[in-house]
Design a protein around this ligand. Structure first.
Ligand SMILES: [Zn+2]
Length: 307
């Protein structure tokens, strides 16, 4: 084996490493080939080898937005040219499109979201992504398969992203309009089922149950919607007399009769009072304990005195 390989030979070595799943070495060889082609003034081949090297960046355990974004950018100029990735040949345009969608998906799923406005901003992006996957039909993504990141089908990603769009819309309106949020989570439940994600569908269904509920606050009588959102359930000692208190309209007592519904406002006030009482009680106990210790000391002193 010659010590110095030609650029073409290096390309062959790199391709062989890809077949063995050694993407790190493959990347190094493609970069070496690219430098040699550049030295020879063969710009098109230097660019091609460089694009292959960028593609090998997906061989890391968990590529995200940056890696997929770099691949989309590197492969876009090659149009329909077939790229040999391991055992398969895929047009650069297909790989570019896949890399764009995967990059956008990672960006969306990795976005830190806290406020309703942030959720609202994500929803249309999830929707667009879902539509883009729908256009790919039943295609399995070559990029995830070749680099060992599992089999991802466009027909699963389309409903997956649609579900995420509905959940984002639900989160956006949850605090102000829990009933509307419940409708979005109901839509999400359908999409999760289509995407073959029964656990996520179940989680969405339980949110529908909670957010769709309305109640009347036991303390102030305000009508509130969304359990855990606008009101919470509080344990309470209840008796037969509570029936008359609930009266007509929305319930203020849990059907189990061992809890009442409290709007967030009343609940937080009650919590405040409870905290204050607990603090007072602790101080009282402490003061009493100090008195008792002082008394004990005096008694011990008295015992010692006669000696
Ligand atoms: Zn209240």
């Amino acid at each position: 084996m010659p010590l110095f390989k030609t650029a073409e030979e290096l390309m062959g070595v790199a391709q062989d490493r890809v077949l063995r799943g050694d993407f790190g070495t493959a990347r190094t060889r493609y970069l070496e080939a690219s430098r040699k082609f550049a030295d020879q003034g063969n710009v098109p081949m230097a660019n091609l080898a460089s694009a292959y090297a960028t593609l090998m960046g997906l061989g890391i355990p968990n590529p995200r937005r940056a890696e997929y974004g770099a691949v989309a950018q590197a492969l876009a100029p090659f149009g329909g040219m077939p790229f040999k990735v391991g055992p398969v040949e895929v047009p650069a345009s297909t790989l570019t499109q896949e890399a764009r969608l995967l990059s956008e998906g990672c960006d969306l799923l990795d976005s830190p979201v806290e406020t309703p406005a942030q959720w609202a901003a994500l929803a249309p992006r999830f929707q667009n992504l879902s539509m883009a996957y729908r256009q790919l039909g039943n295609q399995n993504l070559s990029l995830t398969q070749v680099f060992g990141h599992g089999s991802v089908s466009a027909s699963k990603m389309a409903p997956f992203m649609a579900a995420m769009a509905e959940e984002a819309m639900g989160q956006a309106v949850l605090l102000e309009r829990p009933k509307e949020a419940a409708e979005h989570f109901e839509n999400a439940r359908n999409w999760w089922t289509q995407a073959g994600e029964p656990e996520k569908a179940q989680a969405a269904a339980s949110r529908v149950g909670l957010y769709g509920k309305s109640a009347k606050c036991w303390f102030c009588g305000r009508e509130v919607t969304g359990e855990g959102v606008q009101y919470i359930v509080r344990n309470a000692e209840m008796g037969p007399w509570t029936t008359s208190a609930t009266g007509l309209g929305l319930p203020s007592v849990d059907p189990s009769r061992s809890a009442v519904y409290a709007c967030k406002g009343c609940a937080s006030t009650v919590d405040g009072i409870a905290d204050e009482r607990a603090r007072q009680r602790a101080e009282e106990v402490e003061a009493k304990l100090e008195q008792e210790i002082a008394q004990l000391r005096r008694e011990m002193e008295a015992i010692r005195m006669p000696r």
